[in-house]
Design a protein around this ligand. Structure first.
Ligand code: CAA
Length: 436
């Protein structure tokens, strides 16, 4: 038996007690971001009309106005590649700088081969690169992000950056309660030292985990199964647990140590906008705010982060990061130097609360990336087109690629809109993609 006594870990100093962002004494965080969505979207008012539901239930009740819908030639690989290419081009990043590439997804295209390998090849990343995929429902992207922060803090990066891409197609059965909370898209993030968007507080996160059956997708299904109202409860319990640990780790159980440490905004995982509102109300309760103060706080501190998600729908792993992009797109200039909170939730479940500070360069960089371009490039679908796409979706994984002819036709189309495409499978059941 080992009688050696170990001293308790020393309390981490609060952010105001150090001039740096965390115990590493270095600035590490998100250097650049971009997102991608499919070409088509469905307006929720059109869905409500066909389903015989008042549009207000979806728009005000759930907080969603539109949802992205993937076509059969769009999948988590093409969305991830599109988002990453927008990031690399817009932020002027050379792919040779990347030494770690992680894809977070819960809608992978293969039980073995990771989306990250396809992405690595389609982007032309260096062969000296650690490449893998992470899965834990909607938490998979955060698992990748935290891994990248630790990779840099540990010195493994040797000056290189990490590319983290969250990519998913959220599908529920047609005509189910989950149907209006679908969506599709990817968010790409470059994680590096001396980042231009946000410094993250490495080593100061609050975690929560429990074994619950709130949302799951058996291996043989494309559509997720969910215990909807129970999942809302699980999310809120996980928030309370992760936030409590975060407050303890940061020495903030009696409120922030100083005004400059206050979280002026918080981004939450957004399966639908109302969920983020419920989450913020729960946090305000924990902080001792009354209902009126909580409502005012929601409008100021959360609403700007929900504008992009309300036009895209749930993108699972990327939802929190689309909320962050929405916040920075709308308010980066006024938030320069301010501390913001981030809450990630993955069913099953795992959750993490963490924080960071917005960089003064963020607004100019996001303007250069033109982050909202993917929304301007979309087309509104009719309900009939949406139904047709969902039918095609079911067969897309086994559609023969028709060898060279199909690829040539697709490549010609590709030249028009510059998007990566999935063509189908070859005779050995390998997925075929092309990019310009
Ligand atoms: N006008 C305005 N509001 C209306 C309305 C109307 N005419 N009719 C209803 N509403 C409101 C309701 O009052 C309700 O608001 P509150 O939640 O504030 O009470 C809201 O609209 C939704 O109504 P219902 O609860 O009746 O809706 P529902 O039972 O049909 O389905 C749902 C809601 C359970 C969230 C369902 O959409 C679902 O299962 N979604 C998928 C699961 C999900 O997203 N869970 C979130 C937590 S899990 C997670 O975060 C991981 C993940 O990404 C999946």
């Amino acid at each position: 038996m080992n009688n050696e006594t170990r001293s308790a870990p020393s309390a981490t100093p609060s952010p105001s007690q150090t001039s740096q962002t965390g115990p590493t004494g270095r600035r590490i965080g998100i250097d650049a971001m971009a997102f991608a969505v499919p070409r088509g979207y469905l307006d929720l008012a059109d869905l409500a009309q066909v389903r015989g539901v008042p549009a207000a239930k979806y728009v005000q009740g759930l907080g969603v106005t539109q949802m992205s819908v993937a076509a059969p030639d769009e999948d988590p690989v093409t969305l991830a590649t599109d988002a990453a290419r927008r990031l690399l081009r817009g932020a002027g990043v050379d792919p040779s700088q990347i030494g770690l590439c992680i894809v977070g997804t819960e809608t992978a295209v293969d039980h073995s081969k990771p989306v990250a390998s396809y992405l690595h090849g389609l982007l032309g990343l260096p062969s000296a690169c650690r490449v893998f995929e992470t899965k834990h429902a909607c938490f998979g992207g955060t698992a990748g992000l935290q891994n990248a922060l630790d990779w840099i803090a540990a010195g493994s990066a040797r000056g290189r950056s990490a590319l983290i891409v969250c990519t998913d197609i959220a599908r529920y059965s047609l005509n189910s309660p989950g149907e209006p909370t679908q969506g599709a898209g990817a968010v790409a993030m470059l994680i590096s030292e001396n980042p231009r968007l946000i410094d993250l507080e490495v080593g100061r996160t609050g975690c929560f985990a429990a074994n619950v059956h709130d949302f799951w997708r058996p291996l043989y299904r494309k559509d997720a199964l969910v215990d909807g109202h129970f999942s809302v409860q699980c999310y809120l319990d996980a928030l309370a647990g992760a936030y409590a640990e975060w407050r303890g780790v940061n020495g903030e159980t009696g409120g922030p140590a100083s005004e400059s440490d206050r979280l002026v905004r918080t981004c939450y995982h957004v399966p639908y906008g109302k969920m983020a509102r419920k989450a913020h109300q729960r946090r305000c309760q924990i902080d001792g705010l009354d209902e009126a103060a909580a409502d005012a706080s929601y409008q100021r501190e959360v609403e700007p982060s929900l504008r992009l998600p309300s036009q895209v729908g749930n993108i699972y792993t990327g939802s929190l990061y689309l909320a962050l992009l929405s916040l920075l797109h709308h308010e980066a200039a006024e938030l320069a130097g301010q501390r913001i909170g981030l809450f990630s939730y993955g069913s099953g479940c795992a959750a993490e609360f963490f924080a960071g500070r917005v960089r003064p360069e963020a607004a100019a960089l996001l303007a250069a990336i033109d982050v909202t371009a993917p929304l301007r490039e979309r087309q509104r679908l009719t309900f009939a087109q949406y139904e047709e796409l969902r039918k095609g979706d079911a067969q897309a994984d086994q559609r023969p690629a028709d060898a060279a002819g199909e690829i040539e036709r697709g490549a010609a189309l590709h030249l028009v809109d510059q998007r990566p495409r999935y063509f189908g499978i070859d005779p050995q059941e390998r997925r075929i993609y092309a990019v310009q």
